[in-house]
Design a binder for this molecule. Structure first.
Ligand SMILES: Nc1nc2c(ncn2[C@@H]2O[C@H](COP(=O)(O)OP(=O)(O)OP(=O)(O)O)[C@@H](O)[C@H]2O)c(=O)[nH]1
Ligand SMILES: [Mg+2]
Length: 480
């Protein structure tokens, strides 16, 4: 979809769009919003009871026919419909809104839309209805993001969180932080302007307040990260040496023969992604190549790909072959995971969960479990081939994901741009902290606080930011 610029969202005209899927379905809905919405429907609608639709009260339903708007007659009829009238300001957009419920199907929907456009409505751009709701003050930007998430929700949990965001809870959270920053900023400002005043700001108190603000922003950032997992899925990589049974496990989890499995070492070359829902947690699961010492170009590429996914994954599932003693490649991967963990302990890496899987439990076991005792993480014995022990793995996945999935009331959905702005606000606050601890001029501290205020204001919608608006509304579908 091409990028829509904010200037294209003219708010003076009347917009229309198909709001439902363009496929064979029982019902379809077309929305019209704007000052001419009711006039337009009047020109193309024949109510069964010969009432004037222009006089219809708000929140009323009208049965009748859409015709082509030219000549009334049997041939010009397009569809039998129900028209709902919602007058401003109590509508989705706060403007006059008309919704036409017609029969589903691409032809009829397109035909009705065409008739409406001919009467002077303009085809709505992505998210334009919601954009008008925002401009007219009915929703804030965080609620807009919440609406988008409701539409995109893949799991119950994502839906619940998005709904609470829609109720304005996220806005409250950001507003609280912003007010706290404003408080400190104003007290310092007063101190700069009236230095002779007795009420000199007490620096220790200020430091404490800023510390609290920093922690509050950090908490929202953590919640944002968790929410992204709930929304987009936990990125999970299946790694292990060749022939460990990675692809077999991948297929078993997917419950289909998605990838090729064979006793030839190096069967899987590419990284293959699928999304599955394990007990309510969406997993973006990757099967990767087991090759660790590439001998040709393809194998080199395969290794590069699996390494990249390994580094980006939230959850690592290391598959070991229980029917064989540990080998060089197993040790290599175990060490890689251990190093990662050590870096995490030093706070230099973001947290990853690890599940060590001892596969082929149906065969005689030759793997020395001592070798994996030093790895922190869940350990599961299973047979991917015989589908035994898969329940235990699922339980481990849920527990591993548990370290991500916080309480739903703490979560918040932000788009990438919003996350970036929040990150900048945090940077500003940390800068203010540094200046304070270095005993720098109050002016300098306040400059950082001012920047933080600006960034937080963008998130609450108080500060106009074109790029942010575009980033939100561009991602909407047309008709929302
Ligand atoms: N007995 C037994 N054999 C298994 C099990 N899991 C996998 N295998 C066999 O092990 C061989 C390798 O399995 P794959 O799933 O292709 O292994 P992989 O780890 O994906 O291997 P590469 O793609 O080459 O890295 C196949 O012959 C599988 O049938 C298991 O639980 N028990
Ligand atoms: Mg494979």
């Amino acid at each position: 979809m091409s990028l829509v610029r904010l200037k294209d969202y003219n708010t003076n005209d009347t917009i229309a769009a198909i709001a439902t899927f363009l496929s064979k379905s029982a019902l379809g809905v077309i929305k019209i919003s704007g000052k001419d919405a009711i006039n337009i429907i009047h020109k193309v609608f024949i109510p069964r009871r010969k009432k004037d639709i222009r006089k219809a009260k708000t929140y009323t339903l009208h049965y009748g026919w859409i015709f082509n708007g030219l000549k009334r007659g049997k041939k010009s009829m397009v569809d039998e419909v129900l028209v709902s009238i919602m007058r401003k300001p109590s509508s989705y957009t706060c403007e006059d809104v008309v919704e036409i419920s017609c029969h589903g199907g691409a032809v009829v929907l397109n035909k009705i839309l065409e008739v409406i456009l001919k009467q002077g409505a303009r085809l709505a751009r992505p998210g334009e209805f919601t954009y008008r709701a925002f401009l007219n003050g009915r929703i804030d930007l965080l609620q807009a993001e919440g609406i988008k998430t409701i539409v995109d929700a893949k799991t119950d949990k994502a839906l619940q969180t998005a709904v609470s965001q829609l109720k304005g809870e996220a806005f409250e959270k950001f507003n609280e932080v912003k007010e706290a920053v404003k408080d400190v900023f104003l007290s310092m400002e007063a101190d700069i302007n009236f230095p002779e005043d007795d009420s000199k700001v007490e620096l220790k108190g200020v430091k404490n307040k800023i510390q609290k603000i920093s922690a509050a922003i950090k908490a929202i950032q953590d919640a944002d990260k968790e929410s992204k997992i709930i929304k987009d899925g936990l990125v999970c990589v299946i790694c292990g040496k060749t022939n460990a049974g990675k692809s077999t496990l991948f297929n078993t989890l997917l419950q289909e023969e998605r990838v090729i499995v064979s006793e030839v070492a190096g069967t899987t070359r590419d990284a293959i992604e699928e999304t599955i829902n394990i007990r309510g947690i969406p997993l973006r699961i990757f099967d990767t190549a087991g090759i660790l010492t590439p001998e040709n170009f393809i194998e080199k590429k395969a290794l590069e790909k699996s390494s990249k996914i390994f580094s980006e994954a939230d959850l690592i599932m290391l598959v070991l072959d229980g029917s064989r003693p540990m080998e060089k490649d197993d040790f290599f991967l175990l060490n890689k995971i251990k190093n990662l963990r050590d870096r995490e302990d030093n706070g230099r890496e973001c947290k990853k969960s690890v599940i060590v899987i001892i596969n082929k439990s149906d065969l005689a076991q030759k793997l020395n479990l001592k070798n994996i005792s030093r790895i922190k993480g869940f350990k599961v014995k299973l047979s991917a081939l015989c589908k035994e022990g898969i329940e235990d793995l699922e339980k481990a996945i849920v527990r591993a994901a548990g370290s991500f999935s916080g309480k739903k009331e703490d979560l918040v959905f932000l788009n990438r741009y919003q996350s970036e702005i929040l990150k900048n606000a945090h940077k500003d606050i940390r800068e203010a902290q540094t200046y304070l601890s270095e005993g720098r001029e109050i002016d300098l501290v306040n400059l950082s606080l001012k920047n933080a205020l600006d960034n937080l204001g963008k998130l609450t919608g108080e500060v106009f930011c074109e790029e942010l608006l575009e980033s939100i509304f561009n991602d909407f579908c047309i008709g929302k």
